[in-house]
Design a protein around this ligand. Structure first.
Ligand code: CIR
Length: 255
């Protein structure tokens, strides 16, 4: 959770074409841009450098950069999204990663894997199979990360949940914030788990970024709990990203 850099991409005016599981209305471009600005400012306030990429009109989900790559100390791995409309985002993020990393490798397929399904903890890499991430994708990533000395464990994303990290986030090396439904699967045995408040499941997609925990605004009981636990919480308006099933983690690559 200690990072010196992040990559983000500004939302494109075409965001209304973005993918979503359920249509609860189109996001507003101006509001989303404002919230994105607040998100980037929060990352920068920790002293990190933020590389802000230009919007891509042809890829309305491209602001969710997290899904396109996995950033580890040994190198970056370009993903292979399970959503066909997002496949082209990978080539768009590659140059930014090559500028930061000596080693950039990639998932060649036939499997699929998206960064939103990957949680890197202090001791291992958890990858949740989901509608976007399949067994072949996990296997191909496991080969790469084992060469880099990491343990990787395959776990499962609950039915109806987009990504593994939709329902969890790392708070510190040993502590995970999660929904009860995900924790019930047993995947966090041995960790300290903090549950989001019942009815505040959408608060689980947060990020610990240096001294801060960035979380979506509007989940007061979870925010209070994190505050009581000693975390420095900053709330970001996520109303418009939520309409596209996006949250705090999706909006950046952190390394
Ligand atoms: C999608 O369905 O791919 C986007 N609308 C949302 C991606 C959110 N990304 C993430 O949770 N890592």
């Amino acid at each position: 959770f200690e990072f010196s850099r992040a990559i983000t991409r500004r939302p494109a005016p075409t965001i209304a074409d973005g993918l979503r599981a359920e249509d609860i209305g189109n996001p507003d471009f101006d509001w989303m841009t404002a919230a994105h600005g607040a998100y980037v400012a929060a990352l920068k306030s920790t002293g990190a450098e933020v590389i802000e990429l230009d919007p891509l009109d042809a890829f309305p989900d491209a602001q969710f950069v997290e899904d396109t790559a996995l950033c580890l100390p040994q190198g970056a791995v370009l993903m292979r999204p399970g959503a066909p409309s997002r496949m082209g985002e990978v080539a768009e993020i590659a140059p930014a990663l090559r500028a930061c990393y000596e080693t950039v490798t990639q998932i060649n397929g036939p499997g699929h894997i998206e960064g939103g399904d990957i949680l890197v903890t202090g001791r291992e890499i958890l990858v949740g199979r989901s509608d976007r991430t399949d067994a072949e994708g996990v296997e191909e990533l496991a080969k790469i990360t084992s060469e880099w000395g990491h343990k990787l464990r395959e776990v499962f994303t609950p039915e109806g949940v987009l990504h593994f990290k939709t329902d969890c986030s790392l708070m510190d090396a040993e502590t995970i914030l999660a929904t009860r439904r995900l924790d019930a699967s047993g995947c966090f045995e041995g960790y300290r788990v903090l549950h989001v408040a019942d009815g505040e499941e959408a608060a689980a997609n947060a990020i610990r970024f240096n001294n801060l925990v960035l979380m979506a605004a509007g989940f007061p009981r979870t925010a209070e709990m994190l505050d009581r636990e000693g975390y420095e919480v900053i709330e970001i308006d996520n109303t418009d990203c939520a309409k596209l099933d996006g949250g705090m983690s999706c909006l950046s690559l952190r390394f």
